[in-house]
Design a protein around this ligand. Sequence first.
Ligand code: TYD
Length: 134
Amino acid sequence: TVKDTNLIKIPKVHDERGSLAVIERDVIPFSIKRVYYLYDVPSDSYRGGHAHNEQESVIIALSGSFEVIVDDGTSRKRMLLNKPNQGLYIPTHIWREIDNFSSGAVCLVLASTTYDETEYVRDYNTFCHLKGEM
Ligand code: TYD
């Protein structure tokens, strides 16, 4: 459910030269198979609009900010991501949408699977129907 989407604090080392965040060991609750990122995103852009049968993700606002909507078919919540040392964990079978990108926003996604279009659910009604059967 949306309650299983939680914010992960990424350990950082901060000194007068700046901050260094580290993702290693069990910071991410799955082994990372793929990393992709969105950039040059127009502020009125809408991304996501899908769920996954296999993929777990952690979404990080590496720069700037954006909002992520997570939806389990019954309830939804909207979360602002604006800290490079914070990740939003999204398990399988959760619908997600991303909007309200700030200028210069970079959205990093750590994924548990390689890209496979067949494990996407891209239709919201199909998603709700599948959830109803689970
Ligand atoms: P899309 O799923 O629409 O992106 P988002 O979820 O951010 O809105 O993907 C955009 C295009 O990129 C689509 O044609 C599929 C392709 N793509 C890959 O080729 N590899 C990948 O790892 C990802 C995530 C997408």
